[in-house]
Design a protein around this ligand. Structure first.
Ligand SMILES: [Zn+2]
Length: 81
């Protein structure tokens, strides 16, 4: 079993009196807007499953997918001005 370095560890005392190390499973997190920090409407799944998804399901079909729609509009206005 290969445990990634980022995995959180915690100690558990067993009924036998030993103290053993357990590993927390990494939970997938939301994607957030780069400017305002709002949650983006993306699938909340881990990296392994994300790889198998089609590209259209990973990000919106518009420019600046790392921004929320509101910030994208503001970004365009700033560009034009
Ligand atoms: Zn935003």
């Amino acid at each position: 079993m290969i445990i990634p370095k980022s995995t959180k560890k915690y100690m558990v005392k067993t009924p036998g009196g030993r103290t053993v190390e357990h590993f927390k499973k990494e939970r997938p997190s939301h994607a957030f807007c780069r400017v305002c920090g709002a949650k983006l409407n993306r699938p909340k799944i881990n990296v392994k499953k994300f790889k198998n998804l089609p590209k259209t399901k990973k990000r919106p079909q518009r420019p600046f997918p790392d921004l929320c729609s509101r910030c994208m509009r503001e970004h365009f206005k700033d560009k034009v001005r």
